[in-house]
Design a protein around this ligand. Structure first.
Ligand code: GLP
Length: 243
């Protein structure tokens, strides 16, 4: 596991964008696995800047997103499809037909079948991840068992609390989501985790021992061959991570 310790969120975003840029340049028809939440937003801004000022070309790039809320239509302003269009796709030269965010409304069995089919065919070159305070990745919540494939997941109360900041009230936060499973995530060639915000416990579990625990899903990253973690030095100091 490569751990890059940075001084600020801006630096984290720049480093993450450089990693994505390199892949896009080396393989213009690559598949990027993308994430929502606040952690990758700075990276998306930097990729937009690289596109506009330096001509970074996304015309051949494909993307697939980690997850989507159940019950929100793609044009709902809090859906993850809307979020991705808003924070990235609308500002770069990607073909939207080459971007996939699972559907959160309609027949869920059909949606999951479609999501699993997409993931079966895609070879994700790099999967971007954030981590929830409870250690969830995508929406794989802590549990006695984790699910390998794309599935519907009931959100933990702590995740609903954490995500209510994106909604007008807690009641509006969807109670479930469909998400890539842990197996889908582990099949990506490379994983890029941006640790931002109050993630002390999750970061500690990931970086300061050698245990893999379904009750802290981010610890599964320890089993992947090619993982880059970007961590701010203040958090590194807080968890006693030596570098
Ligand atoms: C949501 C997303 C996750 C994300 C997490 C952390 O629950 N489904 O993919 O990693 O939030 O969010 P943030 O980056 O805003 O801290």
């Amino acid at each position: 596991m490569e751990v890059i310790v940075v001084g600020s969120y801006e630096e984290a975003s720049e480093k993450a964008a450089e990693i994505i840029e390199k892949i896009v340049k080396e393989k213009p028809d690559c598949t990027l696995g993308l994430a929502t939440g606040s952690s990758p937003v700075g990276m998306y801004n930097e990729l937009i800047r690289k596109h506009k000022e330096e001509g970074l070309d996304f015309s051949g790039v494909h993307t697939v997103n980690l997850d989507e809320y159940v019950g929100l239509a793609p044009d709902h302003s809090r859906s993850y499809r809307y979020f991705m269009d808003d924070v990235l796709f609308n500002h770069i030269n990607i073909d939207k037909d080459n971007t996939y965010v699972a559907k959160g409304i309609g027949d869920m069995d059909e949606n999951l079948k479609e999501f699993n089919d997409v993931l079966e065919k895609a070879q994700v070159d790099i999967q971007v991840l954030g981590v929830g305070a409870d250690g969830h990745i995508g929406f794989n919540e802590p549990s006695k068992c984790l699910v390998a494939g794309a599935h519907k997941e009931k959100l933990d109360e702590s995740t609903i609390d954490a995500n209510q900041r994106f909604f007008n009230s807690r009641d509006e936060v969807p109670r479930s989501a469909i998400t890539m499973g842990i197996g889908n995530i582990m099949k990506a060639k490379r994983l890029l985790l941006i640790v931002n915000g109050n993630k002390k416990e999750a970061a500690k579990r990931l970086l300061t021992d050698d245990l893999v625990d379904t009750m802290c899903p981010v610890t599964f990253l320890k089993m992947h061959r090619d993982v880059t973690v970007i961590l701010e030095e203040a958090l590194a100091a807080e968890i006693g991570y030596k570098y």
